[in-house]
Design a binder for this molecule. Structure first.
Ligand code: CA
Length: 260
């Protein structure tokens, strides 16, 4: 196992004892009982080993897939990974498709997407399909592990199976992550669903873009506000009678959005 690329221990958020970098097999030590399982999906061997080594060093157990198809096979095996680190650029089934399929199986698993391009459209597409966050290559092990820990914390805070939320002619089913208008499924993406849910949990309240981004992504970051506007626009197309004159999700100029 070549770990020479993962020298920087740099994580400030380590809460699982680290394993000495030269002995990744020591992860089978007592740490294992509490170790989180990460599925790393990356077709480039050097990049995959780098990620694997960074995670093992931080106390994770790691399984690896070099294609989207292999990733989905591994995902279905037991135990289910706690987090999926998913490269977008894969031969065959790409990262977006894998993300979508995993989300259809499980709403609660953390997904961190990796992108080689800093293209905002890529980020939005990944988040829209239910990824929790994205990381632009190149990154160092400290950044990777810090981002993974943040994503896992948010996934753990995700409210489990809430009762359905009814608002006017809308019903949100948190178990299936489906939204219905007058009983008809409006086919929201996971991200559209979480934005609508965040607004409906605070009816009548004006939520700033930062507040909404915090509720949806856990923390406001550059680019989230723009992504949010894109998602709200898509959401209106699906739930408003007249998207050009929205009655459910209203924009409050200079302040944010309000629902109801
Ligand atoms: Ca790749």
């Amino acid at each position: 196992m070549n770990e020479s690329t993962a020298r920087d221990p740099g994580s400030s958020e380590r809460d699982v004892p680290a394993v000495p970098p030269s002995r990744p097999e020591l992860a089978k030590h007592p740490v294992e009982a509490h170790a989180l399982l990460a599925l790393v999906v990356e077709d480039e061997p050097v990049a995959r080993r780098f990620i694997q080594a960074s995670l093992v060093k931080d106390g994770f157990k790691v399984i690896e897939a070099e294609s989207g198809e292999e990733a989905l096979k591994l995902f279905d095996q037991s135990p289910t990974p706690n987090i999926v680190i998913l490269d977008i650029g894969l031969p065959g089934l790409d990262g977006f498709q894998v993300c979508k399929r995993i989300r259809e199986k499980r709403a609660d698993i953390a997904i961190l997407m990796l992108t080689a391009r800093a293209d905002p459209e890529d980020k939005i597409a990944g988040l829209d399909l239910g990824a929790d966050d994205y990381l632009v290559k190149p990154f160092n092990p400290g950044e990777l592990v810090a981002r993974i820990r943040a994503v896992l914390r948010r996934a753990a805070l995700r409210p489990a199976l809430e009762e359905p939320l009814v608002f006017g002619d809308l019903t949100l089913d948190f178990q299936t992550q489906n939204a219905f208008k007058n009983g008809v499924d409006v086919n929201l993406s996971p991200r559209e669903f979480s934005i609508l849910a965040a607004l409906l949990r605070h009816p009548g309240q004006i939520m700033s873009r930062d507040q909404l981004a915090k509720e949806v992504w856990g923390e406001p970051r550059n680019g989230n506000a723009r992504a949010l506007d894109v998602f709200v626009c898509k959401l209106r197309d699906k739930i408003e009678d007249d998207p050009s004159c929205p009655r459910l999700i209203k924009t409050v100029r200079g302040a944010g959005y309000t629902c109801g």
